[in-house]
Design a protein around this ligand. Structure first.
Ligand SMILES: C[S@@+](CC[C@H](N)C(=O)[O-])C[C@H]1O[C@@H](n2cnc3c(N)ncnc32)[C@H](O)[C@@H]1O
Length: 213
């Protein structure tokens, strides 16, 4: 239904510094498309993608939401924010792209204001020392259980989300999905598995969190 954004402007040289869209990226796009009716129902006016990388997801969601929504995208990696701006231009979208750690600078300003949050985090289990290294390693290095970056963001989700809203996140089996569910339940958000698939050695999941009414 919705086209995958054109990323033909990004070359091998760019992917030395920026995460190249892969199965996880495309599974997130598939989940958003699958949930389109639900997303339309909540009528998002403000959306944030955390860790935007190449900008594929941000351009896709900007198009999906149309002009009634404003999209923000963040990444800690300056090469990624630049790539996201170029991808937006290539696909005639106009998100605001900001280099920052997670979404930290949006709080408390956007408390309870965000209708849609998307995060494909660095989820791979690695030694802790690899987490946050300022190069392409920070695209995948997730430290213990692959959760060291995600665990810093999860407590912000319930603070940012508006009443009618959703948070979509990529995870792998090693991230201990049951534990994530319990952790989010404690903040008033319930979890649903929207999609899952095998990709090489990875068992990928798209998790969706919504407020318990
Ligand atoms: C797995 S990649 C996903 C990229 C893109 N969203 C996609 O789906 O193709 C994870 C992204 O998170 C970014 N990232 C890692 N740590 C971050 C942090 N603390 N704050 C913001 N972005 C971060 C990385 O630079 C990378 O672009």
């Amino acid at each position: 239904m919705f086209e995958t954004p054109d990323i033909s402007h990004l070359k091998a040289k760019d992917y030395e510094h920026v995460y190249e869209p892969a199965e996880d990226t495309f599974l997130l796009l598939d989940a958003l498309q699958k949930d389109y009716a639900f997303i339309q129902k909540i009528r998002p006016t403000l959306c944030i993608e955390v860790g935007c990388g190449s900008g594929t997801v941000t351009s896709f969601v900007s198009k999906l939401l149309g002009s009634s929504a404003h999209c923000l995208a963040t990444d800690i990696n300056g090469h990624a924010t630049l790539a996201t701006m170029k991808t937006a231009l290539q696909n005639r979208q106009s998100p605001d792209v900001i280099q920052m750690d997670l979404a930290t600078s949006f709080l408390p300003r956007l408390h309870g204001q965000v209708d849609l949050i998307l995060f494909n985090p660095p989820y791979v289990v690695t030694p802790s020392q690899e987490v946050g290294i300022s190069d392409i390693t920070s695209s995948w290095a997730g430290g213990v259980n692959g959760m060291e970056v995600t665990n810093r963001f999860l407590p912000c989700v319930c603070k940012l989300l508006s009443t009618k809203s959703a948070f979509y996140m990529v995870a792998v089996k090693e991230n201990k999905i049951d534990k994530i569910e319990q952790q989010m339940l404690a903040t008033g958000l319930m979890m649903e598995e929207v999609l899952k698939r095998n990709a090489g050695p990875e068992r990928l999941f798209i998790l969706k969190f919504t407020r318990i009414m």
